[in-house]
Ligand binder design. Structure first.
Ligand SMILES: [Zn+2]
Length: 236
């Protein structure tokens, strides 16, 4: 087995598709549990993005052991109500990306999770942090980063970092590009703001730790059967 890591991208997880939500950004709770069972039965390690980078930088460290990173964008209330208790049962960590302008409010953007999904509040984010969930920024206002002025980019990148660090009293080192769009200017601003890595929606396997501001992720949706999931997870 080569030294590579599957980074999975989830948005909403629920018993049924919430109204006004995008089916492409949704996974049924029963399917999510089936996927975690697959991970557990195959003795695949669930690690954080930070540990994934460390692992790729040290290929001699368990080279034959497959690892996966679970990432969740948008921090809708379903993460708190449904995903966190499940992750706790399995003892798994995850990386959660929060759009800081919407903490404790409802989403106002029109893709991914619909425009009225409640977003986790400060206490819930803090609880997630206490459960060893890694908190990252999903920008401030969930805007397309390649379409906004330099002044607003500062807010999206630096202000969101500061606001989230204030909530968890710890460093926020990771960023998830809203809508998966970015360019080199955005990457440079992320580096100068002190971020250590960023995730995209490019559906590839994570192989090269030097790609740490363009980490690929594979979408998982309710359309994916467990056979599809296996294929994504075990891609070489
Ligand atoms: Zn999003």
């Amino acid at each position: 087995m080569k030294n590579n890591i599957s980074v999975l991208l989830y948005h909403q997880i629920s018993d049924r598709l919430p109204p006004d939500s995008n089916p492409d950004c949704f996974c049924l709770k029963s399917k999510f549990i089936e996927q975690l069972n697959f991970i557990k039965e195959h003795d695949i390690s669930v690690i954080s993005l930070e540990d994934a980078e460390l692992k790729l930088n040290n290929p001699l460290n368990k080279p034959h052991h497959k690892s996966v990173v679970l990432t969740f964008d948008d921090a809708d209330i379903g993460f708190y109500d449904i995903v966190m208790p499940i992750l706790s049962d399995y003892g798994y960590t995850a990386n959660l990306f929060v759009p800081s302008a919407f903490v404790g409010k409802k989403s106002e953007w029109s893709v991914h999770i619909g425009s009225h999904a409640p977003i986790m509040d400060k206490n819930q984010i803090r609880e997630a942090y206490d459960q060893r969930i890694h908190i990252g920024s999903h920008s401030h206002s969930h805007s397309k980063m390649n379409k906004i002025s330099p002044n607003n980019l500062y807010k999206e990148i630096n202000t969101s970092k500061i606001l989230l660090e204030d909530i968890i009293s710890d460093a926020v080192n990771e960023f998830s590009y809203p809508h998966g769009v970015y360019n080199n200017d955005v990457i440079n601003l992320l580096r100068s703001a002190g971020y250590k890595r960023a995730v995209t929606c490019n559906a590839e396997i994570y192989r090269n730790p030097r790609d740490n501001f363009e980490i690929p992720r594979n979408y998982i949706t309710s359309e994916d059967s467990i056979i599809d999931f296996r294929a994504i997870l075990l891609r070489e």
